[in-house]
Design a protein around this ligand. Structure first.
Ligand code: XMP
Length: 509
């Protein structure tokens, strides 16, 4: 495996994903782990990430790498490269011209294993305010651009490299080749990290961890992560996996029935619990978004716990946690701030006194989908948009009543079905309708109406952290609007949300 030491760059996860795409397993560790890193045989190489800091700043991350350099291949990217240069006695100074965006490799040393197969003129992506001015003796430049003399270097007699550009972004057109050179040729990592390999080893590990008579409980949501976790556990322990799928009354139109049927079709042992009235009772009169989230989370725990008690011999609670939730985030520029409380069901394992098993905790989202496909998860679940735990509860602005839920389910249903019919569903990251707490005047036939407004939201995104509104065709939006207003009695106006994130969020609450 490969270790990526994270110095806080926004691109660190992207480096890991690119390496996984090469079918090589890698892990991200905060740079603070560097001094304690023990070089076991299975660690084939180390990558040092970029950082929002400058190596010249007081207090910038500067872990001692002496015990790894020369013993295992190391690749410093951007800040990582500057750190290697500086620790080796070179000089890093503020760049005199801006070095952001596109650049082209003007000279490169094709004899260097890192640069092998890359071409002069190849586009690379730069993003740095400092530049490596001088290198110590024993450091050889292996690539330059017209502006950046030291675009890449190697420490002679060692497999230690630094590159100033970002090979992980797609704008660096031969970046993947460079990473492959490092990971496969220099580090000699095995390219065995495939979905099938993961399934085989995860199933064995689960069988090993979970006792032969232990029962395992898993909350299913119809989403990709919990469904893939269920299939994996089902393969490992069969009917000793007890899935619980709670209808909180805030799901999409027909979702509970459709998803439950899909689970049954997969042979999963799943109990569907209709708890809508309990959720509506807990939500009665609440309009504040955080209060609604808390009420939904609390009720979920109550319902789930009650159902779980019915399973005798339950020893484990399985969760569909994925790698981005696990990676210890490095905060080099002040503490991260929680904007919304997304972790709706935090506290569940503690309350239930169960051990936790998280079979997907090393996977990125795209890998979860690949594993799901390898396990035969049907496309309707595999390619489903993300949907928030509190569901329509945070898409009905203000207080929630069953009537409003019904109205929104029908409007949302029209939107989602038309997206699918027009082949647009898979082109957006997430889409849905919001029921606004205002009424507006309309005219239908000779009658004046005074009814509700829905806002349609569709966004493109890679990970939900940033998003742009989806530029859906006008004709399509016209059709959706028409159909909603004609078919959903109680709605007389449809608007389209054209805000990006940031500054807006994807959900309205
Ligand atoms: P925002 O609205 O913060 O949403 O831009 C980013 C992503 O997170 C989802 N989301 C939630 N998911 N519980 C969840 O499980 C929540 O309370 C919650 N709020 C937002 C949102 O749907 C989007 O995918």
């Amino acid at each position: 495996r490969l270790i990526i030491l994270d110095f806080g760059s926004q691109y660190t996860q992207l480096i890991a994903r690119r390496i996984r795409e090469l079918h090589v397993f890698c892990e991200i560790h905060p740079f603070t782990h560097a001094p304690n890193l023990v070089l076991t045989d299975d660690i084939r190489g180390i990558i040092l990430s970029g950082s929002p800091c400058s190596v010249r700043e007081e207090g910038a991350p500067n872990p001692d790498l002496g015990h790894v350099l020369g013993r295992v291949p190391v690749l410093g990217v951007c800040y990582g490269a500057q750190l290697l240069a500086q620790q080796g006695g070179g000089e890093v100074l503020p760049a005199t011209i801006r070095e952001y965006g596109r650049a082209r490799l003007a000279a490169l040393d094709d004899a260097s294993p890192l640069m092998h197969g890359l071409h002069t003129g190849s586009q690379v992506w730069m993003s740095h305010g400092d530049t490596i001015q001088t290198l110590s003796a024993g450091y050889a430049v292996i690539a330059s651009t017209p502006e950046v003399a030291v675009a890449a270097f190697q420490v002679e007699g060692q497999e230690t490299y630094g590159i100033q550009f970002h090979p992980e972004v797609t704008h660096s057109t031969e970046g993947k080749r460079l990473l492959q050179n490092f990971v496969v040729d220099i580090c000699r990592c095995e390219q065995s990290w495939t979905p099938d390999h993961f399934v085989d080893s995860a199933v064995l590990a689960l069988q090993h961890t979970i006792g032969p008579t232990d029962q395992v409980i898993l909350g299913l949501s119809g989403g990709v992560d919990s469904s893939v976790a269920a299939l994996l556990l089902h393969r490992a322990i069969g009917p000793r996996l007890h899935g619980i799928f709670v209808d909180n009354g805030l799901l999409r139109q027909d979702e509970f029935a459709t998803v439950l049927k899909a689970y049954e079709g997969l042979g999963l042992n799943v109990t569907g619990v209709n708890a809508a009235p309990e959720f509506y009772a807990a939500l009665a009169g609440l309009s504040d978004p955080e209060a609604k989230r808390k009420a939904i989370g609390r009720t979920f725990i109550e319902v789930f716990d009650r159902e779980a008690q019915k399973v005798t011999g339950a020893a484990w609670l399985a969760q569909g946690t994925i790698y981005p939730d696990v990676i210890e985030s490095v905060s080099v520029k002040g503490p991260a701030v929680t904007i919304k409380s997304h972790h709706n069901v935090g506290g569940l394992p503690e309350k239930m006194h169960l051990k936790v098993v998280e079979p997907l905790r090393m996977l990125f989202k795209d890998e979860v989908r690949e594993v799901g496909a390898a396990l035969g998860l049907p496309g309707e679940i595999l390619n489903r948009h993300p949907f928030p735990g509190p569901g329509l509860g945070i898409r009905i602005l203000g207080d929630i009543t069953p009537e409003k839920v019904d109205l929104l389910q029908r409007a949302d249903g029209v939107f989602i079905n038309l997206l699918k019919e027009h082949g647009l569903y898979s082109q957006v990251w997430q889409a849905g309708a919001m029921l606004l707490p205002v009424q507006s005047v309309g005219v239908m036939g000779d009658e004046r109406t005074y009814e509700r407004v829905v806002a349609l939201r569709a966004v493109t995104s890679i990970d939900g952290m940033t998003a742009d509104w989806a530029h859906l065709p006008y004709e399509f939006l016209a059709e959706v609007s028409n159909k909603i207003i004609n078919q959903v009695r109680g709605i007389n106006r449809v608007v389209y949300d054209i805000s990006s994130k940031p500054p807006a969020t994807i959900e309205w609450e």
